[in-house]
Design a protein around this ligand. Structure first.
Ligand code: IVH
Length: 670
């Protein structure tokens, strides 16, 4: 082959352009068009060529993102213009006060505002000279920061040069936030835990730690990302508005967070703030508020800066997800598996608009490790829709009257013995007839994903148990009119409704019946997996532990649990009665035929779908032989996306997993 220097010059230039182009598609447009392997192949080819022709190497080559030498210390550098901080508004009134202030100063109440998410990361300033990244610095004290150029160059989302064909100012300092995506943060902490290292407290600390590494190789090993939000200094061009700045930043090749809004009223700005307060959990990065900025730069100049805070912007801070309150009492709830779940009864407290009265305490060791006592003032955390939890006790507030909690050795419901196996975190009630377990098992049995018996809630079940009309789930199917009529306040209509609900639920497929049994570790997807291998309950009952664990996706712990369950006399009795009641204990004929179009494919559903509920979509996929899992991994084949899909979508993009609409999903089976 004619491999001369001209050829190499040409090829190297092509590869550099291609690689930066795909970096841009991936990081800025969020729309990759090639697979990771293809990118890696080009990258390796470039590395090889640059080694073969060292005279053609360049500090702007994408290969130079990694491989810089470790440093002794960071140099101090002066910013081109001070990096300011921001004043806070903690509520609607303070936000409106900001608007009033600026209206008065500008002599108008028609001020165009821009609202942007306040990314909770590390602020950096990037200097480009004639379009080339020459320096990257931390904020430092706002006037002088540290030169971390080598570390910043390892971040693929930061362009090494401004995109071709865009204006090339002589000097421009771009500002933005380096952050660690939450998915990457979680993965990193899992790995740290495995290596016996203490975890990072939050993604911001992890990002800051990564940027402070003296060895850029260490920084490169952390999947940091970047959002640009302003121009700190520019020579050679000028802007009129913040919106223009954001658009230009994107054109230059910087990732700009797309969730900004432009509109002139403070009402709309506040609406944006409260909307994102509720939606923050859907993002793959942490935000701690919203930055509200005056759009016109001439107005910004007129408003100016007082001490370090510009008068033209304010940070609307989200209320914390923490609160302190008194822990009145520690109680135990007995779950369907017999697990004793401790929880705190709290003096009611508001967190972000929701009243919290109870919070989980996880388990015995957790209470001891955190030394939480009855009567303590405690810190409670509520994040998104997860169950509130007690973070810890405020020891300084102790009066000496707090009571240490002794974990019961008897079940608080049936008074039978409690055991905690070595190595296990939870203690269990040993009584298979424990009424608490019975009730929880029944609640699970009738629940939505299981037999889906409408109109049969916990209270009715409790009464049915108390009246000794039922003992286990199978008894539900043998209830008659007279019996149901004994329930307090059950008139003819409600009796008929309940019986009809039970009847309707009885035709649920085998997979759901298996899930309804409430076998430990057998959730909906494991149940679905089991029925694809065992087409009826008898073959499952006769299967050995090895046979069960040989199924891809079923580990030894689950296999043991399934096997142990079917060893018990109680389960045999129950299944016999349920069979008699007519429930499905084999895969229905016909459904096997249908199964196939999605066979072997794994799906994850994200966001709100239009024509399916989440459960229906899952059901649909499974009924056509597909598998549904809750989180995106390299094993996922498709992500079904609805409205507001959240972090799963970003994860799917990162892993280059195809995303399909619900319409496409339906088409796949047609
Ligand atoms: S503008 C003078 N926009 O928040 C205004 N800042 O206290 C300069 N931040 O450390 C900042 N997201 O790094 C602006 N969309 C955003 C931001 C943002 C996060 C950080 C910034 C600074 C702090 C301001």
């Amino acid at each position: 082959m004619g491999r001369d220097i001209d050829w190499a010059t040409q090829r190297i230039s092509e590869l550099r352009q291609e690689i930066e182009h795909h970096n841009y598609r991936y990081n800025v447009l969020d729309d990759p068009v090639i697979a990771d392997e293809e990118y890696d192949r080009m990258f390796r080819e470039l590395v090889a060529l640059e080694q073969e022709y060292p005279e053609l190497s360049s500090s702007e080559s994408p290969t130079q993102r990694i491989g810089a030498q470790p440093q002794e210390e960071f140099q101090k550098v002066e910013h081109h213009a001070p990096m300011l901080s921001l004043g806070n508004a903690f509520n609607e009134a303070e936000l409106r006060a900001f608007y009033k202030r600026i209206s008065k100063l500008l002599g108008t109440d028609k001020i165009d505002l821009v609202t942007e998410l306040k990314i909770d990361g590390v602020a950096v300033a990037l200097t480009f000279q004639d379009g080339v990244l020459v320096r990257g610095a931390t904020r430092g004290n706002g006037l002088i920061g540290e030169d971390i150029t080598a570390n910043l160059k390892t971040i693929r989302a930061i362009p090494l040069r401004l995109r071709k064909g865009t204006p090339r100012p002589e000097t421009v300092e771009v500002r933005g936030e380096v952050y660690l995506p939450i998915t990457a943060f979680n993965r990193m902490n899992e790995e740290r835990a495995k290596a016996n290292q203490s975890p990072f407290a939050n993604p911001r600390n992890a990002a800051a730690g990564a940027l402070r590494q003296l060895d850029p190789g260490m920084t490169a090993s952390r999947p940091l990302a970047f959002f640009a939000y302003s121009v700190g200094y520019i020579k050679g061009t000028s802007f009129k508005t913040q919106i223009q700045v954001l658009k230009q930043l994107r054109e230059w090749g910087f990732p700009v967070n797309s969730h900004y809004r432009h509109g002139h009223s403070i009402d709309r700005a506040f609406k944006f703030c409260s909307e994102w307060e509720g939606k923050r959990e859907s993002l793959d990065f942490q935000i701690d508020g919203v930055v509200v900025k005056v759009n016109r730069l001439d107005y910004q100049d007129r408003l100016g800066v007082v001490s370090r805070d510009p008068r033209w912007a304010v940070s609307y801070k989200f209320p914390g997800q923490l609160a302190t309150t008194r822990l009145l009492e520690i109680k135990i709830n007995v779950g369907r598996s017999g697990a004793l779940n401790p929880y705190a009864v709290l003096e009611p407290v508001q967190i972000a608009g929701v009243t919290i009265k109870t919070a989980t305490l996880h388990n015995e060791d957790d209470i001891r490790r955190k030394d939480i006592r009855e009567g303590d003032v405690v810190v409670v955390k509520r994040a998104g829709d997860v169950i509130p939890q007690v973070v810890g006790a405020v020891r300084e507030k102790r009066t000496g009257r707090e009571r240490e909690f002794t974990y019961p050795d008897r079940c608080p419901v049936c008074q039978q013995r409690v055991v905690r196996k070595p190595g296990e975190a939870m203690a269990y009630c040993t009584n298979p007839k424990c009424p608490a377990q019975g009730l929880e098992a029944l609640k699970h049995f009738v629940s939505r994903g299981a037999m889906d018996i409408r109109g049969l809630g916990g209270q009715t079940l409790e009464k049915l148990l108390a009246l000794e009309l039922i003992e286990d789930p199978s008894d539900l199917y043998f209830l008659n009119r007279e019996e149901v009529a004994q329930l307090p306040n059950f008139k003819e209509k409600s009796v008929a409704n309940l019986l009809e609900g039970i009847e309707q639920g009885s035709s649920q497929p085998f997979r759901r019946v298996l899930f309804a049994l409430g076998i430990r570790h057998v959730g909906e997807s494991i149940a679905a997996l089991l029925v694809t291998h065992f087409s009826d309950v008898d073959s499952l009952m006769n299967a050995s532990e090895e046979e069960i664990s040989s199924i891809d996706g079923i580990g030894p712990e689950i296999a043991r649990s399934v096997h142990d369950y079917f060893e018990t006399k109680k389960s045999h009795r129950l299944i016999k009665k349920l069979k008699k009641a007519g429930l499905q204990f084999r895969v229905a004929r016909g459904s096997v035929k249908d199964e196939g179009s999605l066979k072997g494919k794994t799906f994850v559903v994200s966001g709100t779908l239009l024509t399916f509920s989440r459960a229906q979509a899952t059901e649909f996929i499974r009924s056509h032989g597909g598998k549904v899992t809750s989180s995106v991994s390299s094993k996922t084949d498709f992500l079904v996306v609805g409205d507001s899909p959240g972090s799963k979508r970003q994860q799917a993009r990162r892993l280059r997993i195809p995303q399909i609409s619900e319409e496409k999903l339906r088409k796949m089976v047609e």
